[in-house]
Every structure is written in structure tokens, then in C-alpha cells.
Design a protein around this ligand. Structure first.
Ligand SMILES: NC(=O)c1ccc[n+]([C@@H]2O[C@H](COP(=O)([O-])OP(=O)(O)OC[C@H]3O[C@@H](n4cnc5c(N)ncnc54)[C@H](O)[C@@H]3O)[C@@H](O)[C@H]2O)c1
Length: 292
């Protein structure tokens, strides 16, 4: 199965910028789309840093670095950005109506046989793809944060996803340097279901003042051998995105996923995590921890 030649990523936030990076590094012409021009500018700055860090870490050479920058373009025009793409990956906010609106436009503008993928963390691929004229081309390609470093892409098969779409999504993920697993379309798939539950329990522990935020993170890192503490992880994911995920999982899988009041208040206060400079912990403009 061939790797995609022309890839459009919709949503230039935490995830979209990382997916655009691995796509352009793979040699695909890559267009990054967002409603918000400032997000696109910030994404290009982030991708430039990732390119520099890729060279520094010996992951890419100077030639690939230069090619990556050439292959990447940005636009605020969704239809123009999807024109002729053979793979579209949406990474917009975790809301069904927004994903439907984006994918309908993408389907009309992209190549006739384009794969139309969603990077949803938890929502039903079948329901997302139901908005398409041809839902057999809809598939979940669930990347992980930070995309340039995380090795997995979870491929999620909706009820109507065709075997060819699964194979093409797998070929794309592998061209992007990811190992794949195939999972069925159940809320939260194999990963977010566990991750959201651990993060939610950590938030409850914070509400109950079991320990300080730093000590909860350290306990889970050193005691359970997790690479990151669950509160740092929530800061990385974004508490707004995590809230949407928990609400969806609460509705579909039960009350154990119900978000805490503390979590809701943090989002209301704009304490979204690294992307806003303050979540549970505080960060500078480049995402470095300020409080420990
Ligand atoms: N943050 C994570 O760790 C993580 C991990 C895996 C999957 N995801 C999933 O990826 C998706 C994106 O999450 P994120 O964390 O990158 O969100 P984010 O809030 O950082 O970025 C979302 C971007 O989408 C843009 N957007 C919103 N509506 C749009 C539209 N109609 N057209 C174009 N752009 C639009 C916003 O301007 C914003 O830049 C969500 O479905 C989320 O569940 C997130």
C-alpha cells in the first residue's frame, strides 16, 4: 500500500501541528488548515522548533529538514486546503458537530477516493463518518501527544470503514514513522479510556488533597513507573480537551468518567494547561515547567 502524497491536516492546535510535522517529514505535500490565523502562525513556529530538534536528536538530516519546510503550507480556507488531498486528517476540537462540518467540506473538496480520517480521542468513528456521502472512507487515526515523539497511531475501524481505507490509513501512519494497532469503534478505544480514567482519579485526589500536585505526579512516576504524572499529562493534553473527552466517556461508558468540579472550574478559569501557560502547573511560552 502506498504512502499518501498530499495530506491535509485540519486544526493547527496541540495535535494538528504535530501531525503536520510527521506528515511533511515523511515527504508528503502537507497543508495545515485552521480558522484562526494566529494558531497557524504558532503552529509553524512549533514545527520549526520540532525540525530543529529532529536534526539535533539525529532523527532527520539537513536535507529532510529543508524539504519538510518546503512541503508545508498553511491556509484558513478549508475547501482550498483540502483540494486534491488523498488523505485528510481532522484534528479540530472534540465536538461532533464541528467534526461533521469539517469532514463534509473535506469530502467535497478532496480527491474522489481520499481517506477521511479523524484524530478524535474518544468519540465514535461510526458516528463521525456518518456525515459522509461515502462513510466507507472514514477512519480513526488516533495519534499521541507530542506526535513527533510518540510511537503509536491507533487505527479505529468504524462500522462502515472499508478494508481498503484501513489499509491506506495504516500505510500513512507507517510512512509517518508510527507503529499501529487496530481497534474496534468503542468509546475511548484502547488508550484514552485508560488515560482519561487515571487522569480523572488524579483530579479527584487533588480535590481531596491527598497530596500536593507535584507529589501526586512524582508518586505515580516513581511508584508506578509512568513516564509522566497524570496531572502533568492533563496539562499536556489540555484540560478543555480532556473535559470534552470525559463528558463523552461519562455519557457512553458511565459515571466513573464524570469530570470533577475542580476540573470544570479550571477550564472556566482558562487554566487549560501548557497551551495557556497554567493548568495544574505553570509553564513558560515554550512549554517549560516553571514550578518544579
Ligand atoms: N491534546 C491531546 O493530547 C490529544 C491527543 C490525541 C487526540 N486528541 C484529539 O485531537 C483533536 C484536537 O485536539 P487538540 O488538543 O489539538 O485541540 P486544540 O484545542 O489544541 O486545537 C484545536 C484547533 O482546531 C481549530 N478549529 C476549531 N474548529 C475548526 C474548524 N471548524 N476548522 C478549522 N479549525 C478549527 C482551533 O482553532 C484550534 O486551533 C481533538 O479531537 C482531541 O480529542 C488530542
Amino acid at each position: 500500500m502506498n504512502a499518501p502524497q498530499s495530506v491535509t491536516i485540519v486544526g493547527a492546535g496541540v495535535m494538528g501541528r504535530g501531525i503536520a510535522y510527521v506528515s511533511a517529514v515523511s515527504g508528503a505535500r502537507t497543508t495545515l488548515v485552521d480558522l484562526d490565523a494566529d494558531q497557524l502562525e504558532a503552529a509553524v513556529r512549533r514545527i520549526d522548533l520540532d525540525v530543529a530538534s529532529g536534526v539535533e536528536r539525529g532523527k532527520i538530516d539537513d536535507e529532510v529538514a529543508a524539504r519538510t519546510r518546503e512541503l508545508l503550507s498553511t491556509t484558513t480556507d478549508l475547501a482550498a486546503g483540502c483540494a486534491g488531498a488523498d488523505l485528510v486528517i481532522e484534528a479540530v476540537v472534540e465536538r461532533m458537530d464541528v467534526k461533521h462540518q469539517v469532514l463534509r467540506t473535506a469530502e467535497a473538496a478532496a480527491a474522489d477516493d481520499a481517506v477521511l480520517a479523524t484524530n478524535t480521542s474518544a468519540m465514535s468513528i461510526t458516528e463521525i463518518a456518518a456525515c459522509l456521502d461515502d462513510p466507507s472512507r472514514g477512519v480513526g487515526m488516533h495519534f499521541f501527544n507530542p506526535v513527533p515523539k510518540m510511537k503509536l497511531c491507533e487505527l479505529v475501524r468504524g462500522l462502515q470503514t472499508s478494508p481498503d481505507t484501513m489499509d491506506r490509513a495504516e500505510a500513512a501512519a507507517q510512512a509517518f514513522g508510527k507503529q499501529t494497532v487496530r481497534v474496534e469503534d468503542l468509546p475511548g478505544f484502547a488508550t484514552s479510556r485508560i488515560n482519561a480514567l487515571i487522569g480523572n482519579e488524579a483530579m479527584r485526589m487533588l480535590e481531596e488533597r491527598v497530596a500536593s500536585p507535584a507529589d501526586i505526579d512524582t508518586a505515580i512516576k516513581l511508584g508506578l513507573n509512568h513516564p509522566m504524572g497524570p496531572l502533568e499529562m492533563g496539562d499536556l493534553v489540555g484540560w478543555d480537551t480532556r473535559l470534552d473527552i470525559l463528558e463523552y466517556l461519562g455519557d457512553t461508558l458511565g459515571d466513573r468518567f464524570k469530570p470533577t468540579n475542580l476540573h470544570r472550574r479550571m477550564v472556566a478559569a482558562g487554566r487549560l494547561g501548557r497551551k495557556s501557560g497554567h493548568g495544574v502547573h505553570r509553564y513558560d511560552d515554550e512549554g517549560n515547567r516553571l514550578d518544579g
